[in-house]
Design a protein. Structure first.
Length: 503
């Protein structure tokens, strides 16, 4: 048996870089994984999703899709709430259940990205890059989403499952299965549109671009099967949801009040350096010998994902998770770009080129590593202390005998309090011209004994560009700031208890 050729210096450096990336991921996600079962709040979304999961499985709080004009909103499809709700019913904590689902879905998404990259022409080494890059950049720059109770990664994992089925051998049943899985993903997060659009583009190009009559006929049959099955599954899914939840389901998803400002998309671009560097690496495929299979699909997915992210970022309250589809799509292309063709002589120049491209792909992380890695170590070391401090703070909310409203809803959820108001969405509703009568009625009822608000609301506006979103919430909550008494500050200094005045 012939000996394997010795690995070149560039090849060894490439492997060492990948090992460094993998170890860095472990350091940066370690704190989030250790904090998963604790009562350390991560984001506003966690409590919001937890209360929705309670409603989805009938454990209290009213209907999953409340009537318009109230204090509670839901603009997401129901499937993630049902999944998390059933798991939470089993383990007793909806937020922990949602964190488990999100973490598992993140790793499944990374794995499927590597599979898809391989089917698009990546070598095993390039496919590994396609898996590591999303994990690296989520851990580095969107670490809140590593293990947060939020449906984004579950929806992406299901979408990528559909893509994996589609990119297998050309069989008509695969089109139907892919459509079914992607519609299922849409029942988790309905704005994940890049992948189905890319499949439609690929099938459309095949249908009208084939050089033979038989090829065009076969491709048009596949396109028809895809469009018909996708349409049928969408109609069936919508019909089931309307039958289960009433017309409020459609109103919640299609007419959700949200302030839209195109300038927000440009501001959001400032925190997406990884998108730019991965896009630069991906563009090298246009002039290199590396074959890119399913070219129309892969390139279209990246373009549609970037366009979708820009549109989504125009809405207030849309966070960096809007870029995750683009991050995955560009990581898939980058995996192919980092896969130099095998040659008998082991082309050293191509190996050196792969190292340079990998360095470019991870450049934003390398620049931030002196801050990111110590922060990861500190997060791991502080989990125990932070958990104890948050438990003490949450106990103060729990011990309050009356109703409590929370801006950070996870605190009220863990304290065993019912959901009183969805501050963000209600403020958006009021800013879009809705009445604040329901909120004024809540304050006038005297039921609220405490309100937990961002500590920043008590401070004057900082210099620089004002944030209309925060200004709108502060304006809505001004009666609370004026009449309730400021009390304890949360362990992270971000939330404060406000006690209602005596009757």
């Amino acid at each position: 048996m012939p000996e394997a050729p010795p690995r070149s210096l560039s090849g060894s450096l490439f492997v060492m870089l990948l090992l460094g990336v993998a170890l860095s991921i472990i350091v940066m996600i370690g704190g989030a994984v250790l904090a998963l079962p604790t009562h350390i709040p991560i984001n506003y979304n966690e409590g919001w999703n937890a209360y929705a999961a309670l409603r989805a499985v009938g454990l209290g709080g009213g209907p999953l899709y409340p009537a318009p004009g109230g204090l509670i909103f839901n603009n997401y499809p129901p499937l993630s709430f049902l999944i998390v709700g059933e798991l939470g019913r089993f383990n007793g904590d909806m937020i922990v259940a949602g964190r488990i689902v999100a973490l598992v879905a993140l790793f499944i998404s990374a794995f499927l990205a590597s599979v898809i990259s391989r089917r698009c022409g990546a070598t095993p080494r390039g496919a590994l890059c396609a898996a590591l890059l999303p994990l690296l950049y989520v851990a580095a720059f969107s670490h809140d989403y590593v293990a947060m109770d939020d449906p984004q990664w579950l929806g992406i994992a299901l979408m990528l499952g559909g893509v994996t089925i589609f990119l297998g051998h050309a069989r008509n049943w695969r089109l139907i299965a892919a459509a079914a899985l992607m519609v299922t993903a849409g029942l988790v997060k309905h704005n994940l549109i890049a992948w189905p659009l890319a499949i439609t583009m690929q099938l459309g190009v095949d249908a009208f671009g084939s050089s033979t009559d038989d090829g065009r006929r076969s491709a048009r049959t596949r396109l028809s099967i895809w469009l018909a099955s996708a349409s049928a599954f969408v109609l069936f899914a919508v019909g089931v949801c309307v039958a289960a939840y009433g017309p409020e389901f459609l109103i919640a998803l299609l007419r959700h009040p949200r302030v839209v400002d195109p300038s927000l998309a440009l501001r959001g671009m400032r925190r997406t350096s990884e998108i730019l560097t991965l896009a630069l690496v991906a563009t090298t495929l246009a002039r290199r010998a590396t074959p890119l299979r399913h070219r129309t699909f892969a390139v279209s997915a990246a373009i549609f994902a970037v366009a979708s992210a820009l549109l989504q970022r125009c809405g207030e309250g849309v966070a960096l998770n809007a870029w995750f589809e683009a991050l995955v799509a560009l990581s898939i292309l980058t995996g192919v770009a980092l896969s130099p063709p095998a040659t008998p002589s082991g082309d050293a120049r191509r190996e050196r080129s792969a190292v340079v491209l990998l360095l470019l792909a991870i450049a934003p992380f390398l620049i931030g590593a002196p801050v990111l890695l110590p922060r990861g170590v500190a997060a791991i070391a502080s989990v125990g202390r932070s958990s104890s401090e948050w438990n003490t703070f949450i106990a103060k909310i729990h011990d309050e005998p009356g109703d409590v409203a929370c801006h950070m809803n996870a605190l009220c959820y863990w304290a065993g309090k019912s959901n009183q108001i969805d501050v963000f969405n209600y403020a958006e509703y009021v800013r879009r011209g809705g009445s604040d009568a329901a909120f004024r009625q809540l304050l006038a009822s005297g039921r609220l004994a405490m309100f937990v608000l961002p500590a920043t609301f008590e401070q004057p506006q900082r210099r620089g560009r004002p944030e209309p979103e925060k200004q709108g919430q502060r304006k809505l909550l001004q009666p609370v700031l004026d009449t309730f008494r400021a009390a304890d500050l949360s362990p992270d200094g971000q939330s404060r208890l406000y006690l209602a005045p005596p009757p």
